[in-house]
Design a protein around this ligand. Sequence first.
Ligand code: GRF
Length: 193
Amino acid sequence: MTKPIRLAVFLSGSGSNAEKIFLYFNNHATIEVACVLSNNPQAVGLQRAEKFGLPARVFSKTQLRESDEVISWLKEAGVTHVVLAGFLWMIPPNLVRAYRQRIINIHPALLPKFGGKGMYGSKVHEAVKAASERETGITIHEVNEQYDEGRILFQGKCPIHPKFSVEQIAEQVQRLEHAHYPRVIEQWVNETK
Ligand code: GRF
């Protein structure tokens, strides 16, 4: 039987956050992952989805940006909310409109600092280190037409020792992501039902 809240998880790469989401909502009473979508057929996250038996689809830039095809897939799958978990392309206006306030993203820094176009992956942590920041963290936010500018739902912080390498910063941030993203998604969908 399908559950009332159906998530589509978009990913482009490793999908470690996506996996935590698959685990968290596996056998959940009211929320399920309905499908996984990616722009990258080689994404390791797609293999993780397969292990959970989740249906997955890959789309091209043209399909996402210049048609309503992806929106049609989501509607056909009964998707109620979209979760971005390491998805690297901008969400086009037609998709934002179709799922207004129903798209969530996680960013590996404390927005509005270290956000915007080109700020992804280790580039974020390199910039944080170069700025000699004493703390960093994660931001979970709704997605609108601008990169990294939707309503902030949650921020979690961690301290940075001046001797930390970029990798050490990344590790700390990833730990925060894995600990909080599934729970924040659950709370958010329950508020926006
Ligand atoms: C995470 O750092 C997330 O904040 C950002 O992309 C990264 C995805 O990592 N949006 P993974 O693919 O979940 O391991």
